[in-house]
Ligand binder design. Sequence first.
Ligand code: S3P
Ligand code: PEP
Length: 424
Amino acid sequence: MNVKIIPKKLKGTLHAPPSKSHAHRLLIAQKLAYLQSGDNRNQHIPSFSQDIEATKNCLSQMDKNMPFLDCKESGSTLRFMLPVAMALKDEAVFIGTGKLPDRPISPLKEEMEKHGCTFITPNRFHKSQDKYREICTVKGRLMPGNYRLAGNVSSQFITGLLFALPLLDGRSTLTLTTKLESAGYVDLTLDVLKAFGIKITEKLSTEGFNIYVIDGKQVYKEPETTSIQCDWSNAAFWLAGGALGGDVTLCGLDLASSQRDKQIAGILENMGAELKIQTTDDSLSTIKCTGHNLTSCEINVSQIPDLVPILATVMSLSEGTSLITNAERLRIKESDRLHTVFDVLSKLGADITDGGSGLSVTGRRRLIGGQISGHNDHRIVMSAAIASCACHHPVIIYGAEAVNKSYPTFFEDFAALGGEVYEV
Ligand SMILES: O=C(O)C1=C[C@@H](OP(=O)(O)O)[C@@H](O)[C@H](O)C1
Ligand SMILES: C=C(OP(=O)(O)O)C(=O)O
């Protein structure tokens, strides 16, 4: 799908979209509770996006002896399901699409190999050109023991092990060998585990890094009520739309969530946006964001990588030179996001430099507009759509269907806020 967007300011009220990070975790914990109690109910958490559908389908494979897990393009699904599947099964096949087969799993793979699993990976020199590619076949059950992982590649490896290790026969420890980046995602995992009755003790190593102590033979128990939190990462696009001369109100966000992308509110405020926050009876918040003449800032994004595309967009329209630092890990997301953010914003007329481990962006009052590729990356497409609100000329986005990964109704919501978008 290609779309043409006519520049317009966004105005109106939306309910914030559901969090895919929270939904992946609820689905996994709920399925483990069902499997342990012999309950063969279907999972009723809705498949609201492609990534969530991938996790749901992979979990339904856990009813089979030889599961075949199609993780589509979801890094979370692959990295969570690798240890979860191997805690339950003797053999499993993992496949993926797009860039997923090339995104790293080796730190997790190496630890799983030390604890009972054998990975058979296709020969990379004869890589299939098919859309769907085998990532690995894994044989052998995961064993309890002392696991060690760097905390600065992907927190998703840690989340996957935190779900799997409580299912094993004995006690395990998971020791981080570096400071944890994307730490809020591990907090979100621990929140869900706690809600499902799983006990994990946290300590600090002599180097000051986290150690998780996890007893085996634990039982997942579904709480009386589970609801999916609203998503700060995708809400960020609408708050940015408000800050860039619009007037956007979002309902349903939880300021107490472990999602660190809630930092978007404070960042926009520091750049000069006006935020009015009201807490409703359900202790959720309604946030109204407006803004003009924003100013530059410097942000270390090691804990909030998913905000980078929209932060760079806002920076490209804020007075002065802004810096995004500690962003190396952006290169291993759905696209090389430092390169694709640079490519898209510079094609739209921004003054931006890809500095290797971050970005430097000098703001302009308006961007020009033009034609860009969405790079098969949902956050790149959504950022370009928000950038269009401050362009002189229309923006055409090729491959806009990438939004389906996390937010299939993004363009409907964009139009509901007065955005003028046509399929071309
Ligand atoms: O656990 C999660 O739900 C996620 C963790 C983060 O990945 P990294 O830990 O690899 O940064 C984030 O970028 C991703 O979109 C979702
Ligand atoms: C990186 C992302 O997701 P995942 O790693 O699950 O593919 C994302 O949603 O931006």
